[in-house]
Write a protein that binds this ligand. Sequence first.
Ligand code: SAH
Length: 476
Amino acid sequence: MEYLPIFLDVKDQPCLVVGGGEIALRKVASLHRAGAAITLVSPDLADALEQQRAQGVFVHERRAFREQDIQGRRLVIAATDQREVNRQVADLAKTHGIPVNVVDQPEDCSFIMPSVIDRSPVIVAVSTGAASPVLARLIRTRLESLVPAAYGRLGELCARYRERVKQRFSDQRDRRRFWDRVLQGGVAERVFSGHLAEADAAMERELAHANPSPGMGEVYLVGAGPGDPDLVTFRALRLMQQADVVVYDRLVAQPILDMVRRDARRVYVGKERDNHAMRQEEINRLLARLAKEGHRVLRLKGGDPFIFGRGGEEIDTLAAEGVPFQVVPGITAASGCATYTGIPLTHRDYAQSVTFVTGHLKDGTMNLNWEQLAQPSQTVVFYMGLVGLPIIIEKLIEHGVSPDMPIALVQQGTTHKQRVFTGTLRTILEIVEQDRPKPPTLVIVCRVVELQEKLSWFTVPEHSDRGATTPVLPGS
Ligand code: SAH
């Protein structure tokens, strides 16, 4: 982060604006909304500012800026159209340790002002640093539609009940749970539809009946998809933002973890090949224990939890112990990698079926139905097949697949680190030797791989390492 976002209390605080034009007008408006005591220094005033002066929005010193103007200010804004004057104001403010903003001169600022959605007491501030105020405004416009005006009224309701809720629930977790329910349930709905008296009545009922003891929590077994955060489902996102604890492993990409509620506890349970930070049985027990302590536990898994994710085992333990749970599907690696590389998994001419199979080596071998995997007119997708690739190739050829059969390896598919390696059963090992794909990598064997070049659409942005699946580790 290049800047620390904070919200500053400037109510009745002496703030200085230097400049009397259009730009100063905007800054005066922001300061005034926040209740600042504004002094504006400028030899002349734009008409709109003149009107505001007449309404007592600020005190006007009708003259040029002087050094003494800085003294005793909490905040200074330089908004003249003269670069040198702005710079002089900024230098002086900095010498006195007073925060200063120079309009359109980020290099002279000690703070910058965000683009704001004002639903007081709810305020959403957006900044792109100094990169692009236009982009910040664009994002703001998008958010405007997501944060309806009624959120202000909801914020007011929260403020009114804050103390009472605090007294009612001494435990912070109970409080949070209570507010979660209120803000996502009937009370909020009534506020949004403008029925404020009914909202108050509903709030009173909630307070009267809420059970302060945490009771049993719940486990959300959630598929986070293959890496691109845009591929997370709405339900997954909602649960990610409700959870108290998140239990995740290696396959979950950092940008996805960043979408989990900030103050949720994070527990890493590893799971790179042959180096499990925690054994599966321990994970199963951990989930049950956390839920029994009353937590809402997010078990976040890469791809889909029921496809080579051992999700079934995890909820088996929960079911046996009477812990409530729900499962959210995710886009599995095969789906994500195939679409992002332009390899249709089925095709009228080449593949009438698709098989997902694990290429994980057990005691140095792969006990698979090779007879079936070698059948023509299908796509075979190997998960965890990178290490065992030589065996996969040997077995397929041994069971009659042509050495010219196309094969694709997709590394870190759907992320900004995606790489695709294509070849044939005969050539691919040489390519692997040369280019050394890293895990997680998916192996796709089928004639459809030939379409890849024509149908590929996703390009990895240059110089980008965002969106990548977390650490790169040996094996897979
Ligand atoms: N539950 C997951 C799969 C877990 S098994 C899912 O549904 O996708 C782990 C294997 O999935 C890896 O070894 C790799 O073969 C594959 N995989 C997962 N994410 C991937 C990605 N972004 N790109 C390529 N392969 C991936």
